[in-house]
Write a protein that binds this ligand. Structure first.
Ligand code: PGA
Length: 253
């Protein structure tokens, strides 16, 4: 059975003082929750802070991006090895906020995915369609294409023990989450696409849902068969709301 996982995506929020409070509040509220994995993805400069506060606790930490290259003259980039130096275990890849603002191609995203795996980091690959694509009924085609670059360049086997987060772009930060049926349908599509090529990888792949997850809608999403947890933006900045979401995951084991 895949243990539920909840990932906090702090995006570009926080500072040393507020992070410290939030980490401490997470630890107070979540330390006894032993049947849900929790990962906090912080902005790069705060990885050291995450490491010093969270090490030897139940909470893991990660980053929100990484370089597609291992090292070299790439000003401003941060490599997988550097993330490992600060104890990161996970890294978000291809988040739509980056893919649009920084023109990330599917090829770049695929290289980052493999770069993370090669360094022992768990990639959290974000996929999802726009509202126009959903209304046109082409959402599965769009998500399939996002997965295909990785499958064709590498193989379906690379999805074993990786994470895909289905994040419909229209649901991110809008307060309008996908319904549990819409999310489950896409999660089942993603799993079956991988399973058609590699059943073992598909059963070991965690598929998270992201996009306006909150304590009120979390149970109905997490109870679905192919939804292994959530990637949480806004509500991860409030310890009480984040706790509610993690407890919802626990109740759906
Ligand atoms: P949200 O963000 O929870 O604020 O919608 C989710 C995400 O972008 O990962």
């Amino acid at each position: 059975m895949r243990q539920k996982l909840v990932v906090a995506n702090w995006k570009m929020h926080g500072n040393l003082a507020t992070n410290q409070q939030l980490f401490k509040a997470y630890l107070e509220k979540l330390s006894t929750l032993t049947d849900v994995d929790v990962v906090v993805c912080v902005p790069y400069p705060y990885l050291a802070q995450a490491q010093s506060i969270l090490k030897d606790t139940r909470l893991a930490w990660g980053a929100q991006n990484l370089s597609k290259d291992a090292q070299g003259a790439f000003t401003g980039e941060v490599s997988a090895g550097m993330l490992k130096d600060f104890g990161a275990t996970h890294v978000i890849i291809g988040h739509s906020e980056r893919a649009t603002a920084y023109c990330e191609s599917d090829e770049n995203i695929a290289t980052k995915f493999i770069q993370a795996k090669a360094h022992g980091l768990t990639p959290i690959l974000c996929v999802g369609e726009t509202l126009i694509e959903r209304e046109a009924g082409v959402m599965e085609m769009v998500v399939a294409k996002q997965l295909d670059t990785i499958i064709h360049t590498y193989s379906a086997a690379v999805f074993a023990d990786a994470i895909v987060s289905y994040e419909p772009i229209w649901a991110i930060g809008t307060g309008l989450a996908a319904s549990s049926d819409q999310a489950q349908a896409m999660h089942a599509f993603i799993r079956s696409k991988i399973a058609a090529l590699d059943e073992d990888a598909a059963s070991r792949l965690k598929i998270l849902y992201g996009g306006s997850v909150n304590p009120q809608n979390a149970v109905q999403l997490f109870v679905m068969q192919d939804i292994d947890g959530g990637l949480v933006g806004r509500c991860s900045l409030n310890a009480q709301e984040f706790e509610g979401i993690c407890r919802a995951a626990s109740s759906c084991q």
